[in-house]
Design a protein around this ligand. Structure first.
Ligand code: GDP
Length: 349
């Protein structure tokens, strides 16, 4: 039966459309009230406004974000990374369901720099976590994939605040184990979790050392069936490897565990690790210190983005760029001289 000849489906589509229209007409004040009242529709609508290319939508979202700040922060923000196929979404599903059973409210966000290209490996839709998506105490927001990493990261950070204001006390931010996105996610979370596969002999090859150094815990995934023994070997290898890294300023020693999301093994253990981490870093004040440092980091990132946009849209820069590039092509000046010239011309120095 085609869509237009199915009266039920038409009715549902009409209902959804009228609800969306109704939400769009709500003022920033009303959306704010609804968000702090726990409305997922108002939360979703505000994140949509935040991601909108329409400036007045964006400004409305900013207005709401300003209002929610005092209500946001009572949460634990957890970053989750690992190469595609390592088992992130399966883990998030069992971890998310485990947490909601313990009375938590769980929001899942993602930063996926690859989704703009053809790889699309994260949260393209909710079918990856269908079970968790249907859980009334969980909220899954597919990745905002357009724009620069800095822009996407800013929106994700602001979405975190909105989710917290709506009562979500565990925020999971997923990313893939490639590129700069780990640094972005690490810089907006309290605890950083790396999922790794047990390989035969090449356990330390899969992921860059820098990402391992950022991890507060490494989980060796798919530790079930035949794979258990390889997972245990990998666990010891990573444990030994982590000893070689410099100690963390917060005194935390990263923990390495095995995990089977399918058999629900390790899921409770990782929550205990995160709880211990929160307790320890709260006591030694590193929890708040890190959040404050992160705020300053993102302030500087926003400033950099603003300065770059300002520079590249400056009329002087646009007018002289080609000429200076052609001098560079002819070997008349060096790259550094070209940059100096362009900078001085742009700002008329
Ligand atoms: P992601 O790309 O990192 O999100 O990985 P997925 O969660 O989509 O998992 C990739 C594949 O690994 C799927 O076929 C899963 O069924 C499988 N998988 C995930 N977790 C486990 C696990 O704990 N044990 C086993 N045996 N397979 C798993």
């Amino acid at each position: 039966m085609s869509q237009s000849t199915n009266p039920n489906r038409d009715k549902i589509a009409q209902l959804i459309a009228s609800k969306k229209k109704h939400l769009k007409q709500l003022t920033a004040d009303v959306l704010f009230e609804q968000i702090i009242g726990g409305s997922i529709q108002a939360l979703s609508e505000t994140i949509t406004l935040l991601e909108s290319k329409n400036n007045s939508d964006y400004l409305k979202a900013q207005d709401i974000i300003k209002k929610v700040i005092p209500y946001a922060s009572k949460s634990i923000r957890i970053g989750i990374t690992g190469v595609p196929g390592v088992g992130k979404s399966t883990f998030i599903e069992s971890f998310g369901n485990f947490l909601t059973e313990k009375g938590h409210k769980v929001a899942v966000l993602a930063i996926d720099p690859s989704s703009e290209k053809s790889r699309g490996s994260i949260l393209g839709d909710k079918t990856r976590m269908a079970n968790l998506a249907a859980n009334p105490n969980a909220y899954i927001r597919p990745t905002a994939s357009s724009g620069s990493l800095g822009g996407v990261a800013q929106k994700t950070r602001e979405s975190v605040l909105l989710c917290e204001a709506a009562g979500f006390d565990v925020i999971l931010i997923e990313t893939v184990g490639v590129g700069q996105s780990e640094i972005a996610v690490h810089s907006m979370t309290d605890f950083f979790l790396l999922l790794m596969l047990a390989g035969a002999g090449d356990e330390l090859q899969g992921i860059k050392r820098g990402i391992m150094e950022m991890a507060d815990s490494i989980l060796i995934s798919k530790a079930d069936g035949e794979n258990v023994k390889y997972a245990n070997i990998a666990r010891l290898d990573y444990k030994n490897a982590l000893h070689l890294f410099p100690a963390n300023a917060n005194n935390w020693i990263p923990k390495v565990e095995t995990l089977s999301s399918l058999e629900n093994h390790g899921v409770e253990k990782i929550w205990n690790i995160i709880t211990d981490f929160k307790q320890m870093t709260t006591e030694n004040r590193h929890f708040d210190y890190k959040r404050n440092e992160q705020q300053k980091f993102w302030m500087n990132e926003s400033l950099k983005e603003r300065i770059l946009t300002d520079f590249y849209s400056n009329a002087n820069y646009i007018k002289h760029k080609q000429n200076i590039e052609s001098q560079l092509d002819k070997g008349e000046i060096t790259s550094f001289q070209a940059a100096e010239l362009l900078y001085n011309i742009t700002y008329k120095k």
